[in-house]
Design a protein around this ligand. Sequence first.
Ligand SMILES: [Zn+2]
Length: 442
Amino acid sequence: MNRALTFFLAVIAAIPAAAQARPFPGPDVQQIYQRLLPQIEKIPAFDHHAHPGYADDPDVDAMAAPPNASSALRTREDNPELAAAAKALFGYPYTDLSADHAKWLLEKKTALKKQLAGPAYFNSILDKLNIESSVANRAMMPDYLDPKRFPWVFFADSFLWPFNNERETARNSDQGVFIPLQEKMLHRWMQQESVTRLPAALTDYLKFISEVLEDNSKRGGIAMKFEVAYFRPTTFSDPTREQAEEIYQKYVAAGIPSERDYRTFQDYIFRYLISEGGRLHLPVHIHTAVGIGDYFNLSQSNIMNLESVLRDPRYASTTFVMIHGGYPLEREAIWLAAMKNVYLDSSFGELAQYPSAFKDTLKMWLETFPDKITFGTDCFPYNQILGSEEAYWLGVHSTRTALAAALAEMISENEITEPRALELAHAYLHDTAVKLYEGRVH
Ligand SMILES: [Zn+2]
């Protein structure tokens, strides 16, 4: 036997028999899970998508929940897991959230807010959950959130709605809530830039948009967010500047544009904004999932509608984050992350699903593009009882358990080693997202 062959055989022998992946986890999967979970709990997380704030703060989002909208099972107020959240965070002594018991929680939170004035209260919530920092995707930032730990992601949709929106607002009761809030947001950007009325020419409107983006970036904004799927289909045509100019000039002062003209104009503005995101190093976050409101149209907002935009080399310098990972189309969505500048965020998936199902989502993503996925909670102050505090807990807790379970299966099925699993956990929970912001977040 020659030396090279001897060496080769020695190498082969050194690879554990386990190198061949198998289709079922072994009996050790529970043990691996128990070993991984405490290590995963120790990883300080970066929450890539959240809406922290108090329930009575109208700036938590640039839109609001439409009245009487349906909620999926786990996001309902009577979810018993919320009592566990209150127990973990505030020492809540009851196992249910009956009106009587919930009073205890309300009083406890009020006392704590007094004790921990200013940003100390929400910083203490992050500390309890081992979240190093959390994106605050909000209309505006309040003084009770510490900008070092809550980097701001502002909303960019309102630039799509500069004309008379009467017809859009009347379309259904959801739009009746959403569109006036977009008009309000656009007005606030105008106030910020001391613009009293919209300019007569498109060139100046685009200049105004860029000024808002630049100023927001200076004020701590790390990314722009679109929730455009709530307002219209996410299929974007590719109009010329002349087309956009003509529509703008015709309708900026008065008149109701046809649906077709309005969309054409919006398609142009959307493309302008994402190009600016590349120039200004402002990653672009896009809501890609089901949404609140009974009129939310899933097929018209299918994440795959964005494929032609994401795979367009003109936007190669723009970083895209697909917020909510396309849920419930997360299987298709992960293949969009083949683009070097496209990332997926898993927030809401961990609330819409229980950990047993969310584990399978994470596993499939970890097995495909593990370096392109990021963690988020989508926490939101639903009401005084179910605050963003409890929503943070539910999101973090669900994600860490589902992640430990997904990785335990992958180890037990001989797909990866345990050290590699922990590297992947660090990347997903923290490192991959933080790198996108070039030193602006930690
Ligand atoms: Zn959200």
